[in-house]
Design a protein. Structure first.
Length: 606
């Protein structure tokens, strides 16, 4: 109790002191004016010759005294305030002292490690952790801010599985002008209610109904790739493809009406991520007041016009369809059956996700399946708003913006890394193609849902890509309560920012033998069986796991299998040549350069 009482008295004393200083200065100023005296004409003329008046003399002297007295009194007040601030954080400093971490400089800590280009910052952060590889917890100070990096799956589980530690770190506020209070940023009851509302739109029965659209868009990107004859960056193609798929599947926008909107949106998102990354790493861009006066703010507003313009256009069109009486997109049991799999298949059985076999989450709830209709994402939100569910038009826009961002940029990066790795590892690419030949034979038919279940080796390659190059390289949470870490018994104080560095977590040598080597067999069932579930979290895990992760896996399987059925991928680089940068999403600084060679048997139009 003494620790709490003393700071309260100190702050009260400091506030009284500052008030007294202000009153003192006002009184001195008033007295200086009131103390003016009349002088004779001869005295006045003499003062004029000397260059000043009696009035100025008195006021200047009094003002000088008041100013000096003000600063004399202000210094102790500031000292008292600083003492209070330090004492209120005493517990944080005590616990942080017991954690390992790179040495920092006074006042700024390790802030200099966050300067330079995106690839340099990423390299600095990774290299700083290597001397502490035996430690599962590392601290870094950025000014007065304490960041605690976790690398042990047991510690990661403590945070990600919690229903208490769900608040995102302060850095996520930079997304607010873009995503508002969508699922990525929101917390508390709003997040819980919206998550519960949205989760059914990513149930397996809905995903099965998207197979034809996945195939059509995969075929379209293959046709575009045929025009490339030399080395090129495949990321732009993957980004545009994933946006167009989202517009069709989640938003219900026909491909024939999209024009260039998908490409423009994808490019705007990439540039927005660049600006957000700058705000994370440049201290002068972090305060909104300063940022709004920069050229970056003007560019951001133009980009948001493109991004929000697309989502508003989509929502307006859908609302008009609702008002005209057009029925929303309903995923029926009949539609699901057409895609080659029983509707009774659960999402865990129907779309495996590494070592998650046998585990269930909010995407696998069967209570509401039955014979109930299932709506596509935007249809569900609009119907809910008209059926008494409390969700406003602005909240619908926020969720649409969030799904469009999370559903496209992460999968675009993941697919680009996958193609790069296939280009480097020709032997592994041959095994993937051999598996595809066993599934499709000489047929040029599109993939069915059942086909995706048989793509075992391709799936292992995809998950190995996500292990080595997780699209979201860090997950940050604001810690409201002090926690004790199960890995070493050390405590992390409330107020700290927990950083789960998935890039380092996925490269633990005690979990993955030869962690820097691309080895799809890391995800053989027998290897995954004894691995800690939270040792592989490319889509996060727990209550705040990515709601669209199964959607992403199914989409990627169809896109990538279609590309590999048509082309052999080549790359002139090795993994060691990659310069990684974390512009919100993990990417390659030099781009995803590959070269394509048409296979002898080209797929015909589906």
């Amino acid at each position: 109790m003494l620790i709490i009482t003393i700071p309260n008295k100190l702050i009260a004393c400091a506030m009284m002191w500052l008030t007294s200083i202000a009153e003192w200065r006002i009184q001195i100023h008033d007295r200086s004016i009131g103390s003016l005296t009349f002088v004779t004409k001869d005295q006045f003329d003499n003062d004029q010759k000397m260059g000043y008046t009696a009035t100025e003399n008195v006021v200047q002297s009094s003002t000088w005294a008041a100013t000096n007295m003000f600063y004399v009194l202000l210094v102790p007040a500031l000292i008292l305030w600083y003492a209070y601030w330090r004492m209120s954080r005493r517990r944080m400093y005590e616990l942080a002292e017991k954690l390992e971490g790179p040495p920092g400089l006074p006042l700024i800590g390790n802030a200099l490690d966050f300067t330079g280009g995106s690839d340099e910052i990423f390299r600095n952060i990774v290299s700083k952790s290597y001397p502490y590889d035996r430690e599962s917890v590392i601290k870094i100070w950025i000014g007065p801010r304490l960041l605690v990096f976790l690398y042990d799956p047991r510690d990661v589980e403590l945070i990600l599985s919690s229903h208490v530690h769900i608040d995102k770190a302060d850095d996520y506020r930079f997304f607010k002008p873009w995503l508002g209070d969508g699922l990525l940023i929101s917390t508390g009851q709003k997040w819980r209610s919206h998550r519960k509302l949205i989760a059914p739109t990513f149930h397996l029965n809905v995903l099965k109904s998207f197979i034809d659209l996945f195939n059509a868009n995969s075929r379209a990107v293959v046709d575009k790739l045929k025009k490339e004859s030399g080395v090129f960056d495949c990321h732009d193609y993957m980004s545009e493809c994933t946006v167009e798929i989202l517009l069709e599947t989640a938003m219900g926008v026909s491909k024939s009406t999209q024009d260039q909107s998908g490409f423009e949106y994808a490019m705007a998102v990439m540039k927005m991520c660049d600006i957000l990354h700058l705000r994370h790493t440049k201290i002068w861009l972090r305060p909104d007041l300063l940022f709004n006066f920069t050229q970056y703010a003007k560019v951001q507003n133009k980009l948001l016009d493109v991004i929000h313009g697309l989502t508003k256009k989509v929502i307006t069109k859908k609302k008009a369809e609702f008002k005209s009486g057009k029925k929303p997109t309903i995923v029926s049991e009949v539609e699901v059956a057409k895609n080659g799999s029983s509707s009774k298949t659960t999402s865990v059985e129907g779309l495996s996700f590494g070592q998650s076999a046998g585990l269930k989450d909010d995407l696998d709830v069967d209570d509401d399946v039955g014979q109930k209709k299932r709506l596509a994402f935007l249809d569900l939100l609009l119907e809910s708003s008209q059926s008494g569910v409390v969700i406003s038009d602005e909240e619908i826009k926020e969720q649409v913006d969030t799904i469009m961002f999370e559903g496209h940029d992460t999968t675009a990066a993941g697919s680009s890394f996958f193609l790069s790795m296939m280009g480097i590892h020709q032997d592994i690419q041959d095994k993937v193609v051999e598996e595809l030949d066993q599934i499709f034979g000489d047929s040029d038919r599109p993939a069915t849902f059942q086909d995706t279940l048989e793509m075992k080796y391709l799936e292992r390659c995809l998950m190995e890509t996500l292990r080595m190059f997780p699209p979201v390289p860090i997950i940050a949470r604001h810690l409201k309560q002090e926690v004790t870490l199960p890995s070493n018994g050390k405590k992390v104080p409330a107020g700290a920012t927990i950083v789960i560095a998935t890039y380092k977590l996925h490269r633990r040598s005690d979990v993955y033998p030869n962690p820097d080597t691309f080895d799809p067999d890391n995800f053989l069932p027998e290897r995954s069986a004894n691995r800690h579930y939270y040792a592989f979290v490319p889509f996060s895990a727990g209550p705040r796991s990515c709601v669209g992760r199964k959607y992403a896996m199914l989409k990627l399987k169809i896109i990538l299998s279609t590309i590999l059925r048509n082309f052999r991928i080549h790359s002139d680089l090795k993994e060691s040549d990659f310069r990684l940068q974390a512009d919100i999403i993990l990417k390659r600084a030099e781009g995803f350069k590959v070269r394509l060679e048409p296979r002898k048997r080209l797929a015909k139009a589906f």
